[in-house]
Design a protein around this ligand. Structure first.
Ligand code: SF4
Length: 363
């Protein structure tokens, strides 16, 4: 791991229209092109503007984004802790894929109220919602970085800190902006939820072809409620019924995310149960994405013995072994379920969601 840079400065996109209010309309268009298409990092690069205007803009509306970046040792992943005016940080991650896709995983909130047991962000609690601009800035940061090597952001996933459907309006406005202004195809933008049923039902009415991913992580209510407190409000059945309604309405494929945690949810029995429950509620158009757990956070006491989660111990959850993951996948496939296994990118930079923020805070 190595820290590759600390980019400084601040940018508040809300000010943009105000700053350009007294200028001819075409200037605002040029500014949008400079920021969201050419990914200018300073107004000095925007030579279509007169020199005095560039100087004024550098003072009134600096284009900088404040962030600390950490790159994984294999160079495939870069994690950013992005700062805003109130200095609280949101995490974003850039993942380079071997097929030349560049995916940015963005946060929609700082912290999270959902308290999932396997997630460091859950441990932080909820701090605040991010604005649409602040979400866009996370992508902009990496767009600028990629521009230096002639690349672009091709995909965006809302899988960072926070529950996107609990910040629905800002999340959807950011997704639409990324599509319209940065030219990222709607089909390449994915929203991941822990199972907020109202959000799923609202999302299915959106006229854009964004993707939906569901963090399921357990095949039954008992286990899911232990891992994800949201399940006490929206049970597995309610979530899968909402997903079925979404598929019926949109005819779009849904990604079912399943984190594999050693001795917690990765047995062959768990896999068989998952097949059963998915087949009961979903007829087609879904795929299970198996994600090896990325070690983080503290372990609830008594978990392996199916005890209560009243106390926490310093022990961490552990990722499933490769053998168990393969077995789990085989059971799903034998049951007629399409399953894929995603590489756990964050592992090499100590980065399950929330982990970087926690680490920096403790410095
Ligand atoms: S996994 Fe997602 S929904 Fe759960 S606590 Fe972490 S950020 Fe929140």
């Amino acid at each position: 791991m190595r820290t590759i840079c600390a980019i400084l400065l601040q940018m508040n996109l809300n000010k943009l229209k105000t700053v350009f209010a007294d200028l001819p309309k075409f200037r605002l268009k040029q500014a949008f092109k400079a920021i969201f298409n050419d990914f200018a990092e300073s107004w000095d690069e925007v030579t279509v503007f007169p020199k005095d205007l560039r100087a004024k803009l550098n003072t009134d509306f600096p284009l900088g984004i404040k962030a600390e970046l950490i790159e994984s040792s294999d160079g495939k992943t870069i994690k950013a802790l992005v700062s805003f005016e109130d200095t609280k940080g949101a995490e974003a991650v850039l993942m380079h894929h071997s097929d030349s896709r560049n995916t940015v995983c963005v946060s929609s909130q700082i912290g999270c109220a959902m308290g999932c047991e396997f997630c460091a962000t859950g441990d932080m609690g909820f701090k605040r919602n991010l604005t649409s601009d602040e979400i866009v800035m996370q992508v902009l940061l990496f767009s600028r970085l990629l521009k230096r090597s002639g690349q672009r952001v091709t995909n965006v996933t809302f899988m960072g800190m926070g529950e996107p459907f609990l910040n629905y309006d800002e999340m959807i406005s950011a997704a639409k902006f990324l599509n319209k202004e940065l030219g990222i195809a709607a089909r390449h933008i994915s929203i991941s939820t822990c199972g907020i049923v109202g959000g799923i039902l609202k999302f299915m009415k959106e006229p854009f072809q964004f993707n939906l991913a569901i963090s399921l992580h357990a095949p039954n209510n008992e286990l899911r409620s232990k891992l994800m407190p949201v399940n006490r409000r929206f049970s597995l059945e309610k979530v899968l019924q909402a997903v079925a309604a979404y598929i019926k309405e949109t005819n779009r494929k849904v990604m079912i995310e399943y984190l594999l945690i050693k001795d917690v949810n990765d047995s062959a029995e768990n896999a068989k149960e998952l097949v059963k429950v998915l087949k009961k509620y979903l007829v087609n158009l879904f795929v299970v994405n198996l994600i090896p757990y990325n070690p983080t956070g503290s372990r609830p006491e008594g978990f392996a013995n199916k005890g209560t989660f009243a106390k926490r111990t310093p022990f961490k959850f552990e990722p499933s072994s490769g053998k168990n993951i393969a077995k789990f996948k085989a059971v799903l496939e034998d049951g007629g379920i399409e399953a894929v296994q995603r590489f756990s990118f964050g592992q090499k930079i100590a980065g399950a969601c929330g982990q970087l923020g926690t680490r920096l805070k403790n410095r």
